[in-house]
Design a protein around this ligand. Structure first.
Ligand code: AVI
Length: 342
């Protein structure tokens, strides 16, 4: 499939910001259609839910950045400490020029570490961030000013569509980074399918670098998702404000509260919005009228935590070979470098 036909099929518009920066963005209708379609289904189930990908409008992305700086949210700083070790350890795995593809462009601090590692090894660097959030536009511009030899092509879309885009792009080797334990937000079955999809989009010499959060003490985990400043609560509640502004609904965020628990059997943090009273909410653009009971929970996110045997199982089931694994001192988090099994 040619780039033009992907552009047409996915309804992308290309925006050229600079000769070193362009991005592809799908039409607004596509997003709104998806939100309506998904919510009509997930909010009509016995266990109401809202998919976590809808957290990330501009405000949600800003709140997530604040979460990443919280003392209780050990994930970001721990992953950064492991990435810093890679200055010495990654180069031996990179033979020839690589393009950096990042799923979820996330914190630019992490991206900068990877760009700096690649920068030492090759003259020109291509960076393809794929992120559902428009925040990608601002973060890309900042990087442009800081790295002269950097060329960026942003894709503002979900990971699946972004991978499809990459797969058909060209023959250059890709280092795909999927950091922050974002993989942990997928359920087991979907996670396996997603890894197979990444595997299918990779060429034989491509690499995948994935960050995964590890099983640890329950109190450490629950604190990370229920911080003392209430930023995670704001982040969770913001999804309702987003739905209000995009679909003219009338969720009253004062009538919901943030609810978190660690499910030890499933090794995952579960996040909900708990209704403080019996209430009726209208979502006109989705043609929905919701009856929500007092204390009813709307599920908004799972965040899975992994053991080493589980990590090995997941990657062997999805056609990957583990090339290396790196940890922090406390073994809170790990980075796994993978190639396709040939
Ligand atoms: C993006 N993702 C990896 C975060 C996590 O830790 O699961 C999302 C998050 N939700 C609440 N705090 C952080």
């Amino acid at each position: 499939m040619s780039l033009k036909s992907i552009q047409r099929k996915r309804e992308y518009t290309k925006y050229v910001v600079d000769k070193r920066l362009c991005y592809y963005e799908p039409s607004k209708n596509k997003f709104q259609k998806k939100l309506v379609e998904e919510l009509s289904f997930t909010l009509n189930q016995k266990q109401k839910s809202i998919h976590p990908k809808f957290f990330y409008d501009k405000k949600g992305s800003k709140l997530f950045e604040e979460i990443c700086k919280l003392p209780e949210y050990y994930l970001t700083r721990t992953e950064i400490s492991i990435l810093t070790q890679l200055y010495d350890k990654l180069p031996s795995h990179l033979n020839g020029d690589f393009r950096l593809v990042e799923l979820g462009s996330g914190s630019s601090k992490k991206t900068r570490i990877l760009i700096s590692i690649i920068k030492r090894l090759q003259k020109h660097i291509e960076y393809f961030p794929i992120d559902i959030s428009k925040i990608l536009k601002d973060s890309s511009k900042i990087l442009l000013d800081d790295y002269e030899n950097l060329h960026m092509t942003g894709i503002i879309d979900n990971y699946e569509s972004g991978l499809e885009f990459i797969k058909n792009y060209d023959n250059k080797k890709n280092l795909i980074a999927f950091l922050g334990s974002s993989f942990g937000n997928f359920d087991y079955e979907y996670g396996l399918k997603f890894l197979q999809k990444i595997n299918y989009s990779m060429k034989n010499n491509d690499l995948l670098l994935i960050g995964l959060d590890l099983v640890k003490d329950k109190t450490v985990l629950e604190r990370a998702y229920n911080d003392s400043r209430g930023i995670t609560a704001k982040f969770n509640l913001n999804v309702l404000s987003r739905i209000n502004s995009e679909l003219n609904s009338n969720f009253n965020i004062n009538k919901f509260t943030h609810h978190v628990l660690y499910n030890e059997n499933q090794s995952r943090i579960e996040i909900y919005l708990r209704s403080l009273e019996n209430q009726i909410v209208k979502i006109p653009k989705a043609g929905m009228v919701l009856q929500i009971k007092q204390n009813e929970l709307i599920h908004t996110e799972n965040s899975h935590k992994y053991t080493i045997p589980k990590i090995k199982e997941i990657f062997s089931l999805t056609g990957f070979r583990i090339k290396d694994m790196w940890f922090d001192e406390k073994q809170y988090f790990c980075l796994v470098l993978l190639s396709k099994t040939h």
